[in-house]
Design a protein around this ligand. Structure first.
Ligand SMILES: Cc1ncc(COP(=O)(O)O)c(C=O)c1O
Length: 401
């Protein structure tokens, strides 16, 4: 009989020729357990999703309560569903008062699509500016924001009207003009390998958008819900966007994303044309309940409070001759190695030693660390011990190859 691994390889789509292939039995807190009973410290959180660890009790309880009441009843924005309303209220209470209306989706890329559409509709312009080396999703519109032309060549034609600027380059801000509908930016560039905004860059970007009447779309899909040590990076970097994009950690492991903006702006999807953007499953009541449980736990348990201390401990412990630099914003970290050839060996060896780490899309010298924010001091020490061992292994075995 075929094994589960063989059936996976035959019948489940893979997106690379070298899938990590961890055969998951269960996951709890900081750990993932494979079918052989091996325990892995999760330093990746499913790419910034399980920020409260796996199966947080508040998330599980909220899901169970909702499942006992109702599942899907009607496409989005028609029925009044208690879990959607409660989450929208709790979420907007945490945000600047101008961000007061929530449109739910199932994934981050859908949020970005909607933000692009909304900004075109509201501004009656069509040029959208994104930063080089940003990733905003894989659907057609979000994918068109990618600057890597070698990659996007395979999917031509892309959505027209997209221009690129360099993140942190203040001279490039003059390319944002009265023809620009919107600028899409991550507060911290994630897939470029954790690139932090310099000085007043985001504030100057905000100012330029306001001057020319372009909307600022802030993609906090990876930074949101505590990852940077603030509930949202917009407060860390002092910038209020016109449209905020959320996803990933929002649902505590359930699929949900949200576009948040001002009520007036959101009305552009309500009138002329009516039903300007619709979704069947966006704002699914179970995902909304999970998101409410997740955000309540983040707030009640002061989860963001210890993030900066934990970040510091990682910096102290991650010292090794093949580690060139550790870049971070809270527990969103990139560990850059001195040589590219070490990367895959460090990732593979860390996995053998029982720690899950990952690559970035646009940085082939760094590995990603995005552990659940609940990681304890002793787990950080354990994680760093494994990572240092993996670096020593890679250096000893491959420095002369
Ligand atoms: C910054 C950012 N935006 C958007 C997305 C797309 O989100 P999703 O994979 O949920 O479509 C991602 C996913 O990695 C992301 O990191």
């Amino acid at each position: 009989m075929a094994s589960v691994r063989q059936l996976f390889l035959s019948h489940v789509a893979q997106t690379s020729e070298i899938p990590l292939g961890l055969e998951v039995e269960r996951a709890e807190g900081m750990y993932i357990y494979d079918t052989q009973g091996k325990k892995y410290l999760d330093l990746n959180s499913g790419i910034s999703v399980s920020s409260l660890g796996h199966r947080h009790p508040r998330v599980i309880e909220a899901i169970k309560n909702q499942v006992d009441k109702h599942l899907h009843t009607m496409v989005y924005g028609e029925h009044i569903q208690q879990s959607q309303v409660a989450m929208a209220k709790l979420l907007t209470d945490q945000l600047p008062s101008s961000l007061n209306s929530v449109y739910y989706f199932m994934s981050g890329t859908e949020v970005v699509e909607a933000a692009m559409k909304l900004s075109k509709r509201a501004s009656e312009r069509y040029e959208i500016i994104a930063c080089r080396n940003a990733y905003h999703g894989s659907t057609q519109g979000a994918e068109s924001l990618r600057s890597d032309h070698e990659y996007s060549q395979a999917f031509l034609p892309l959505v027209p009207g997209i221009k690129h600027i360099d993140f942190n380059n203040e001279e490039d801000l003059s390319r944002i003009t009265s023809k620009t509908a919107a600028v899409v930016v991550e507060p911290v560039q994630a897939e470029a390998g954790v690139i932090i905004p310099h000085g007043q860059y985001l504030k100057k970007l905000r100012k330029r958008c306001t001057e020319v009447g372009a909307l600022l779309i802030l993609d906090e899909i990876q930074t949101g819900f505590g990852r940077t040590g603030h509930l949202f990076a917009l407060s860390k970097y002092g910038v209020v966007p016109d449209i905020l994009c959320l996803g990933k950690a929002m649902g505590g492991g359930m699929p949900i994303g949200a576009m948040v903006c001002g009520r007036e702006l959101m009305l552009a999807f309500t009138k002329s044309p009516m039903l300007g953007h619709i979704t069947t499953f966006g704002g699914h009541p179970v995902s909304c309940a999970a998101a409410h449980g997740n955000l309540s736990a983040i707030l009640d348990e002061n989860i963001t409070e210890s993030v900066l201390e934990k970040e510091k401990l990682f910096h102290e412990k991650l010292q090794h001759p093949i580690i060139k630099e550790v870049r971070s914003s809270g527990l969103m970290m990139a560990v850059e190695l001195t040589k590219r050839k070490y990367l895959k060996h460090v990732v593979a060896h860390a996995m053998e030693l029982g720690a899950v780490i990952d690559y970035f899309l646009f940085n082939n010298r760094s590995f990603r660390l995005a552990p659940p924010l609940i990681i304890s001091e002793s787990e950080i020490e354990k994680a760093c011990y494994i990572l240092i061992q993996a670096c020593t292994f890679a250096e000893a075995k491959y420095s002369n190859k």
